[in-house]
Each structure stands twice: as C-alpha cells, then as structure tokens.
Write a protein that binds this ligand. Structure first.
Ligand SMILES: Nc1nc2c(ncn2[C@@H]2O[C@H](COP(=O)(O)OP(=O)(O)OP(=O)(O)O)[C@@H](O)[C@H]2O)c(=O)[nH]1
Length: 383
C-alpha cells in the first residue's frame, strides 16, 4: 500500500507543478492568483515538514506543519475572495487559525491526544473549504462558462464534507491512538483528501482564471475600444444569429445606420479629441434609448448601426426619429462642441434577404438622407 510519506511527497510535487502554472498566470493581473501562489509555497513547506515526522522535532513536524497548512487553506480562501473582488475576512481567519493552533498545541503538550488534534485541524479546513464553495456558488453569475465555477465549488464542498466527516469520526473515537502517518485505510483516505485539497482548489481557481481571460478577450474583441459600443464583428455575429432565428420564426428585423453629419468639420475645427468625445457622447445617449436586446454597434469612423429585433418598418422608423431628435439636443457635458446632428438610413429585412443586402439598402437610405440635407431619416427602397 502507498505509504503516507510517499503521498505527502507526491502532493508536495503537485504543489510545485501548480506553482509553475500559477507563475505563468501572474501577468494576467487577475486578482487571487498571487494568493494562490503564496498558498502553494506554504503548502510545499507544510507537506515537507509533515513528511519529516519522526525525523524532525515535533515542534516542526506537528505545530509548524499544521500551522502552515491551516494558513495555506486560509490564503487560498483569501484568493477566491479577491478573485470575486470581495473583502477578505482577515480577522475571522486569524481567530480561526489561532484557535486551531491552540487546539493543536494544547492536545499535544497539555494532553497528548492525536485524535483531538485532528479534530481541531479538520474543523478549520472543513469550515474554510465550505466558505470557498459558498463564495463561488454565490458569485458564479460573473462566469462566462459555468463549468469551471461549478467544478471548483463542488470540489470545495466535497472536501469540506470529508474534512468535517473526518473531524466527527475522530471526535467520536477520541481515544484512538493512530496517527496520520500510520498506514490504515481510513488514515490514507483522509490524508489523501487532506493533501489533495490544495492542488484541486488551485486547479479549480486556474480554470476560473482561464474562463475570466476568455470572457475578457471576447469582450475586447466585441467592443469598440473608444466608445464601448459593440464592434462591427459583434454586429455581424448577432446579425447572423438573428437572421437564422427569423428564418424559422418569421419575426420582423430592421437595421438603422446612423452617421454624424459633417464630422470632418468637427475634427478640423475642434481637433480629433473633441471628435472622439462626440462619438462617446453619441453612444452614451443612444444607449439610453435602445433596448438591451438590440445591438448598437460602431461600424467604423463616425458610422453606427442599430439592429432592431422584433421591429417592423414602422417601429424602426419611430426609433430612428427618436434617436435623431435626442442626438440633435445640446450635448449635456461641458465640451467645445455644443451640438451635432445625425442622418439615419432605415431598412427592414425582406424574406430571404442576406444581411449584406440589408446593410447595403440601409446604407443607400443613409446616403439619401445626407443628400436631402442631413439631420433626417430615410427609409430604404424595397429590393
Ligand atoms: N475624431 C475621430 N475622427 C474620426 C474617427 N474615425 C474617422 N474619423 C474622421 O471622420 C471623418 C469622416 O468624414 P467624412 O467621411 O468626410 O464625413 P463627414 O465630414 O461626416 O460628412 P458627411 O458624412 O457627409 O456629413 C474623417 O475626417 C475621419 O478622419 C475617430 O475614431 N475619431
């Protein structure tokens, strides 16, 4: 059978591997990674001290090892709190740690009862693992894909249950004299669970970091950097999805194309920065009008598109007019530009029409609005 010392050394090696992977995630800047790194350093030290039981003095192999491992689970928890940008309950963790250590030292030097030492340590680890699981379940709404969050929360809660079960078992058999390093099936099981806590939780944390990086990358690819509107790429993706849905459900969809009038003049007279401010203002004020389900995107330059779901020609014309009227009002923020206007082209999807054709018709309508004198809305001709 695998000896406990071998298990401890294998787990220490696993923590070293986790350190190498965590090191590569440091530059992501995602909160929590540094704490998980620190926790794994503590774990390696603690596991080596545990493995030295019988060789090292008890102060190192019992008190220092337990103290470091308890600190390590507390730091891992701090990492999860930081990941979700929640405050770390430092005082509560410190009190828990001190009580645990008092239990370990008391049941070593006052009454030598290894079972009760195990109870003290298991209760602390169990409670912290449960807190990790609950934190993740509470905050998983921020996830892109829920898989990594549910995996980590599930692992944390299973580990919590097993730690608490271990504590209960030892409490009920407080006269038990088997130590963790003796080879019994239960000891090996609990030792395996106890030592796997950190690699498993670290792995879960890293999966969550990856998920957040994917969400961040998607957000960057789908958002216009200057204005925060959806990007052209996002518009085409949404349009593709919408058109497939419409083909099944025969639901009206319309497209608006807006263009700031005489934008070159704004740039030339007031500078590029002021032009940028106009674009940001346009998105801010337009976003207050458009519905969540609609996609308001920057096509490029001073040209924007609004894809309206469940909207026929009449509804789209109403939205276009409302946008034009709101945007021609004076700019609310103190800026060199006091006002600007937009021209709008409106087109409603026809049966079997491609998005590129719809875009071309809306664009042609916009051209007509410009040609007719600007600051107006024109509806596209049917194809
Ligand atoms: N400030 C700023 N200007 C931009 C940006 N992208 C494109 N432009 C400028 O937008 C201007 C567009 O000018 P035109 O296409 O001539 O259009 P316009 O002056 O608005 O004229 P009409 O559309 O006919 O009313 C150009 O001067 C571009 O340099 C941007 O991100 N910021």
């Amino acid at each position: 059978m695998l000896s406990p010392v071998t298990l401890l050394l294998i787990t220490a090696a696993l923590s070293v591997i986790m350190l190498l992977v965590l090191g590569s995630l440091m530059r992501s800047g995602i909160p929590g990674v540094r704490s998980w790194f620190a926790a794994n350093v503590l774990a390696v030290l603690a596991l080596l001290l545990y493995a030295g039981r019988g060789v090292l003095p008890p102060l190192l192999s019992v008190e220092a090892a337990n103290g470091l491992l308890a600190m390590c689970i507390a730091v891992i928890y701090a990492g999860f709190q930081q990941f979700f940008q929640r405050p770390v309950p430092v005082r509560m963790l410190a009190v828990g740690w001190i009580c645990t250590m008092a239990g370990v030292a008391g049941f070593h030097y006052l009454v030598d009862a290894i079972a009760m030492r195990t109870v003290a340590v298991s209760l602390f680890h169990g409670a912290v693992c449960a807190a990790i699981g609950v934190t993740i379940l509470r905050c998983q709404a921020q996830a892109g894909s829920r898989y990594s969050y549910f995996f980590t929360a599930g692992v944390a809660l299973l580990l919590a249950a097993s730690h608490l079960g271990r504590g209960l078992m030892y409490a009920l058999q407080s006269d038990m004299q088997t130590a963790d390093y003796q080879t019994t099936a239960w000891n090996l099981f609990f030792l395996a669970v106890g030592t796997l806590v950190l690699p498993l939780l670290t792995m879960g944390g890293m999966m969550m970091v990856h998920d957040r990086m994917v969400v961040r990358a998607e957000e960057q690819a789908n958002r216009d950097y200057l204005t925060g509107a959806w990007s052209r790429r996002a518009l085409f993706q949404v349009a593709d999805r919408e058109l497939r849905r419409v083909a099944r459900h025969r639901d009206p969809v319309s497209l608006l194309i807006l263009d700031v009038d005489h934008f070159k003049q704004i740039n030339d007279s007031h500078g590029h920065a002021e032009g940028d401010r106009v674009l940001v203002d346009l998105v801010l004020r337009a976003s207050a009008i458009v519905r969540e389900i609609d996609c308001f995107a920057r096509l490029g330059g001073e040209e924007f598109a609004l894809l309206l779901t469940h909207s026929d020609a009449a509804a789209a014309l109403q939205v276009a007019d409302r946008l034009r009227q709101v945007l021609e009002q004076p700019v609310p923020t103190a800026a060199a530009i006091t006002g600007y206007t937009v021209s709008v082209g409106v087109a409603t999807l026809q049966a079997g029409e491609q998005f590129s054709a719809l875009l071309a018709r809306a664009d042609a309508a916009l051209y007509q609005a410009k040609h007719a004198g600007r600051n107006r809305v024109r509806v596209a001709e049917l194809a």
